[in-house]
Design a binder for this molecule. Structure first.
Ligand code: SF4
Length: 211
């Protein structure tokens, strides 16, 4: 149970800082191409220099929305799958959100850097570790999918370091950093040919111009 402070008030997961929610297609990783409802929560203190959603960093910019209202919107969409993303969603207590999603037979997917302790019940955890704030030890073995962002040559070393920490069944992805996509993709293709335990993940939603 986490009790983070927002706006001077302790948070217990009954309300969450909602940046946006939308029904779209999962663009990345193992579940690419599947429809899902996205819940994007505010708050992140990791500061990746290439972050494509820095607008999420300050949770104070977003309204605290009750879990019951979020669930109502999920159900209205007609989806059976929810991706919780951010920001860094594990900054918040996600136990209640997941409990209510599971009660409604929704499959739960988490996108996280793993730098905060795990809350919530997840059918699938996509761990995207960041060098400047490394994942907690507890989360490595729980990852179903490891997604390492590659923006420069030295990120391949980081990817191999991460690979050694996940479980043997974890699916391994290298994903080009979007802004340097054209420059880095030849190196990723070459790397995967020589290190075939990796697969390539592309941000296909960006090619499709959907959120
Ligand atoms: Fe952005 Fe994600 Fe990095 Fe946070 S962890 S700075 S949201 S890319």
């Amino acid at each position: 149970m986490k009790n983070l402070i927002k706006g001077g008030i302790e948070q217990d997961g009954k309300v969450l800082p909602l940046v946006e929610e939308f029904f779209s297609i999962q663009g990345e990783g193992f579940h690419t191409g599947k429809p899902a409802y996205f819940i994007r929560l505010g708050g992140c203190d990791i500061g990746c220099k290439w972050c494509d959603s820095p607008f999420t960093w300050n949770p104070d910019l977003y309204p605290m929305v009750s879990v019951s209202e979020i669930i109502e919107n999920v159900l209205k969409s007609g989806t059976d799958s929810v991706v919780v993303t951010g920001g860094e969603p594990l900054m918040w207590d996600l136990d209640l959100l997941c409990k209510e999603l599971k009660r409604n037979k929704i499959t739960t997917y988490l996108e996280t850097s793993g730098s905060y302790s795990l809350s919530g019940e997840w059918d699938w955890i996509c761990l995207s570790p960041k060098k400047n704030k490394r994942p907690l030890d507890e989360i490595w073995p729980k990852a179903n999918e490891l997604k390492v962002i590659i923006g420069e040559q030295e990120d391949f070393l980081w990817a191999e370091e991460c690979r050694k920490k996940v479980g043997k069944d974890c699916i391994l992805y290298l994903q080009p950093e979007w802004r340097s996509y054209k420059e880095i993709i030849p190196a990723i293709v070459d790397y995967v040919k020589r290190h075939p335990w990796w697969r390539i993940s592309l941000q296909t939603h960006k090619f499709m111009n959907i959120p």
